[in-house]
Ligand binder design. Structure first.
Ligand code: NAD
Length: 483
């Protein structure tokens, strides 16, 4: 059961520790057992990581894109070869079932490494002719990027940030969530093994204070955070002080709209994926499920039948398809929301209780008869709690779907193509789905509107967020001055 890493941090191509840093425990969420003890980075460790990154970055940026890409693609291959071991570790780190981690974590991290590795050789500026003179633009790295992760997808988050950063010639210092610190160390180890120079991808551990000191350090040029809106506000403000580039991947309360002409089985599958995958700990979840009145009963009945297929248990067992909350704290938060839903008059049509076993399990929970003003329909819960609301018309549901401070994702199930595209155009959300939910391929842009974020991860769009253009004016004739 012990998953103690070689040391807490990975800096300048090696594992290092500093027991002067505050100790914190890593807990296996399925049992509550302590599986590792790490130390938060002290100022000396943070200093070492940033110095290493700054030193390594210049030579890395001077390599050709193809050379950098080769390293990333080699790292992708190593990750795929070690998928089993990495998935077991990810399951210990997060409590997510191996059935999920074996297909969604190291694999999607490898996809990002492969995709941005492939793009690295074709990053360009442009040539702009101005009569005889011309301007060319150089696409240059930003410098040292800081990545700060949430606890739901630790491997994926490290790769979604690290791969485009490194492809563009940056170095990265990554701080994982203190709840799930183990997997990112493996990403650093693999990148180094694949040929990334020492110092190009470093991992330092710690709580919010370590993240905060990275964000304000003058050696840092860019900050990419995956986390909650309150943390995003603080990090964005701190980064603004130093005029740093930012990417903010924050929370959501996304709508999933099901019209009565939808394929019911697919719609139920979409709602299950969009609420109960990773026990609901997914930022883009469609937690406000708007069902048109004509099919509401049929939807709820079929959903209850399908929920009998939940296999809740030891997440390392490949048959288990539903794991615990990441921590006791998160379980308490989710239980608090369930209690609030009940006290505000929503009806529990499935689940609703803590599971009587070790670990931080909560039953998959469905509330029906939810209204727009209830707390469970307004605030991000980040647990397995689906709110089902009903509606009459397209115009009405679009207004209600957009009536939120968040704008991360949105989905629609309907057989009417024109309506599907009208809804996708009308949603105030960065990532929309038609007749499916929650897929996040590396080729597609991912990110939020409104309070859900700034910038985009994945796709070619991420390149814009990890590089900058320099314009170079070239004169071909004599300079004319007025005196
Ligand atoms: P969190 O905001 O509590 O923490 C995120 C990270 O920020 C952690 O590593 C934490 O240590 C660090 N941090 C905290 N305070 C900081 C500060 N002042 N300065 C710098 N760093 C600081 O989030 P969480 O509870 O770990 O994750 C859940 C949240 O993340 C949810 O809101 C979820 O929606 C969001 N999330 C978003 C995406 C996305 O891509 N949009 C993906 C996953 C999770």
């Amino acid at each position: 059961m012990h998953q103690q890493p070689t040391a807490s941090h990975f800096i300048d191509g090696q594992y290092i520790d500093d027991t002067a840093g505050d100790a914190f425990d890593v807990v296996y969420p399925a049992t509550g057992e302590v599986i590792a003890r790490l130390h938060a980075a002290t100022p000396a460790i943070i200093n070492r990581a940033l110095d290493a990154a700054r030193r390594a970055q210049t030579d890395w940026a001077a390599m050709t894109g193809t050379e950098r890409g080769r390293v990333l693609r080699r790292a992708a291959d190593i990750m795929r070869d070690r998928n089993h071991d990495l998935s077991v570790l990810e399951t210990y780190d997060t409590g997510k079932p191996y059935q999920e981690t074996s297909v969604a974590d190291a694999t999607s991290g490898a996809d990002a490494l492969e995709y941005f590795g492939g793009l690295a050789g074709s990053l360009t500026g442009e040539h702009i002719q101005l009569g005889q003179d011309f301007v060319y633009s150089r696409r240059e790295a930003l410098g040292v990027c800081v990545g700060i992760g949430a606890w739901n997808y630790p491997t994926q988050i490290a790769c979604w940030k690290g791969a485009p950063a490194l492809a563009c010639g940056n170095a990265m210092v990554f701080k994982p969530s203190e709840s799930t610190p183990l997997s990112a160390l493996k990403v650093a180890e693999i990148l180094f093994e694949a040929g990334a120079p020492a110092g190009i991808f470093n991992v330092v551990q710690g709580l919010g204070a370590v993240g905060a000191s990275l964000v304000t350090d003058p050696r840092v040029n860019k900050v990419s955070l995956t986390g909650s809106v309150p943390t995003g506000r603080k990090v964005y403000a701190a980064a603004a002080e130093g005029m740093k580039h930012v990417t903010m991947e924050l929370g959501g309360k996304s709508p999933l709209v099901i019209f009565d002409d939808a394929d019911l089985e697919n719609a139920v599958s979409g709602a299950i994926l969009g609420n109960f995958y990773s026990s609901g700990q997914v930022c883009s979840n469609g937690t406000r499920v708007f069902v048109q009145k004509g099919i509401k009963d049929a939807f709820l009945n079929r959903l209850s039948e399908r929920l009998k297929g939940v296999i809740l248990g030891d997440p390392q067992d490949p048959k288990t398809n539903f794991g615990p909350m990441v921590s006791q704290n998160q379980r308490d938060i989710v239980e608090g929301y369930i209690a609030k839903g009940i006290s505000e008059g929503a009806h529990v049509s499935f689940g609703g209780k803590r599971v009587d076993k070790a670990g931080f399990f909560i039953e998959p929970t469905v509330f029906s008869d939810v209204t727009d003003d209830m707390t469970i329909a307004r605030e991000e819960i980040f647990g397995p709690v689906m709110s089902v609301l009903d509606f009459d018309t397209e115009e009405e549901v679009l207004l209600r779907a957009n009536d939120t401070q968040f704008g991360l994702a949105a989905g629609v199930f309907t057989a009417d193509l024109a309506r599907a595209h009208r809804m996708a155009a009308g949603f105030e959300a960065g990532t929309c789905y038609i007749n499916t939910y929650n897929l996040a391929p590396v080729e597609a842009p991912f990110g939020g509107m409104k309070m859900s974020g700034v910038g985009r991860e994945n796709s070619k769009a991420a390149i814009e967020h990890y590089s900058q253009l320099k314009g170079v004016y070239v004169a071909m004739t004599d300079v004319e001055a007025s005196f």
